[in-house]
Design a binder for this molecule. Structure first.
Ligand SMILES: Nc1ncnc2c1ncn2[C@@H]1O[C@H](COP(=O)(O)OS(=O)(=O)O)[C@@H](OP(=O)(O)O)[C@H]1O
Ligand SMILES: Nc1ncnc2c1ncn2[C@@H]1O[C@H](COP(=O)(O)OP(=O)(O)O)[C@@H](O)[C@H]1O
Length: 200
């Protein structure tokens, strides 16, 4: 633990960044099984927001698990630390005025509660990409389910590690019933409303 850390208050605040950008900043968090559709929908949402001149920043496994969290695997402890660090990065990014789009399996309720605490409830939008395991496994976008079934990957979410559905997400997308476009449009309506009405 670091001691004797005295906070420096910078002259340019989050509110200043928000004013300059012309919009508020918060975190949009996508949770769901591997292959559920988190990255696909998050990417579509980001493109739409970008076209509306919203300053976005995407965090996902590719830019986090290969870099900052390259030392972490998929044990419970490592996932918890993975998500804690991501939440801290997301918090810094909202201070810099960004609308952060985070896509992580984030399988456990208690870890997601912890994230919410770090980021702040008011700055956290939870989107549950609800796709049944059967469908994710049929899609098997990266061939990982096949490997997990063959025992080649340990602690694989949905197969040999748990996924706990969110209890009360801000938005739930059932990808078996809702197209990518319809899901994207519904999320954009919600976010546009929050961008306009959220108190600073
Ligand atoms: N054991 C195991 N379980 C689940 N997923 C695995 C595993 N090993 C590797 N992968 C790949 O890593 C991606 C998930 O990383 P996350 O950082 O989102 O996971 S977590 O939130 O810490 O649980 C996940 O990416 P997505 O498919 O995009 O979800 C997988 O491709
Ligand atoms: N309604 C839908 N919403 C999201 N993805 C869908 C949908 N229908 C089919 N898919 C497909 O499912 C796959 C989801 O993969 P991906 O977005 O990488 O998932 P994740 O990021 O959750 O691992 C993509 O190939 C996507 O085209």
């Amino acid at each position: 633990m670091s001691t004797n850390i005295i906070q420096h208050n910078f002259k340019i605040s989050r509110e200043d960044h928000n004013r300059l950008n012309g919009h508020k900043s918060f975190v949009v968090w996508f949770t769901g099984l591997s292959g559920s559709g988190k990255s696909t929908i998050a990417n579509n949402v980001e493109q739409k927001l970008f076209a509306k001149r919203i300053h976005t920043f995407s965090l996902d496994g590719d830019n986090i698990r290969r870099g900052l969290n390259a030392d972490l695997g998929f044990s419970r402890k490592n996932r918890e630390e993975n998500l804690r660090r991501i939440a801290e990065v997301a918090k810094l990014s909202i201070e810099s005025g960004k609308l952060v789009i985070a896509s992580f399996i984030s399988p456990l309720r208690k870890d997601r509660e912890f994230l919410k605490k770090i980021i702040g409830e008011d700055d956290f939008v939870e989107i549950f990409i609800n796709t049944p395991l059967r469908v994710c496994e049929e899609r098997d976008v990266k061939g990982l389910y096949k490997k997990a079934r063959a025992g080649e990957i340990k602690n694989f979410t949905g197969i040999s590690a748990p996924y706990e559905n969110p209890v009360n997400p801000n938005i739930e997308i059932k990808t078996e019933e809702e197209s990518i476009k319809a899901a994207t449009d519904r999320i954009i309506i919600y976010l546009t409303n929050k961008l306009e009405t959220k108190n600073q």
